[in-house]
Design a binder for this molecule. Structure first.
Ligand code: MD6
Ligand code: FE
Length: 214
């Protein structure tokens, strides 16, 4: 057998937990289409630093597209159909993004995933995201599809209690992580992004999380 046969189809999906699958490089073939779709979204709904209910400025720059967008302010965390910055609905969810998320979800065992919300997270070197649970969505039976672009990150993949040990999962440009089911309420976060320059995206990491929030 030729030594490289096993690698002919690129890295294979990795099951990280019962309902969590990492699809290495799954978005690589569509990076340009995704970036083309994101450009007008971010013109209409620019990245901004929101504040936590406790008044802290979030280090991650955020925006959204889709019928619902995740927001945070002194009133709390929630989904809103309106961008508070513009008073207008969030930009439409680009079909290329929704279709990619549906295909990734199906590969991970979640058929018929129809995202209605995409949170756009923007990290500069040094930016981190502290350990949290995603619990603002209506239906925890719906998975979350997370697409990583740009600089690599170390994703902290924890347990159902904040105190549980976290695993460190490297996420690189084009990787897609799908999780749901029993894993849906695991604590997770992102370690500070290491300084670096990504050949396509420069000094930044962009993470897109697609959900069915409504
Ligand atoms: C990030 N991701 O990777 C942050 N949440 O930048 C998340 O917080 C996240 O990747 C739920 C599901 C997948 C995720
Ligand atoms: Fe999250």
């Amino acid at each position: 057998m030729i030594q490289s046969d096993l690698d002919l189809f690129g890295p294979q999906p990795q099951r990280l937990a019962s309902h969590t699958v990492l699809l290495p490089g799954f978005a690589l073939g569509e990076v340009e289409a995704l970036l083309d779709a994101l450009r007008p979204v971010l013109r209409a709904a620019p990245l901004r630093h929101m504040h936590t209910p406790g008044g802290l400025r979030m280090a991650v720059g955020l925006s959204n597209c889709g019928a619902l967008g995740w927001i945070s302010d002194e009133q709390g965390y929630r989904y809103s159909p309106v961008d508070p910055l513009s008073g207008q609905p969030w930009p439409d969810l680009p079909p290329v993004l929704q279709a990619l998320a549906a295909r990734a979800a199906a590969l991970a065992g979640f058929d018929g995933f129809l995202a209605d919300a995409c949170l756009i997270n923007h990290y500069l070197p040094g930016t981190r995201l502290s350990l949290h649970q995603d619990r603002d969505e209506r239906d925890y039976d719906q998975p979350i599809v997370s697409i990583s672009l740009g600089l690599p990150a170390v994703f902290l993949f924890g347990g159902l209690q904040r105190s549980a040990q976290s695993r460190r999962i490297p996420l690189t440009h084009g990787d897609v992580l799908v999780w749901g089911g029993e894993d849906r309420l695991r604590f997770h976060g992102v370690l500070p992004i290491k300084p670096g320059v990504h050949p396509r995206l420069g000094e930044r990491r962009i993470n897109l999380t697609l959900r069915k929030a409504g």
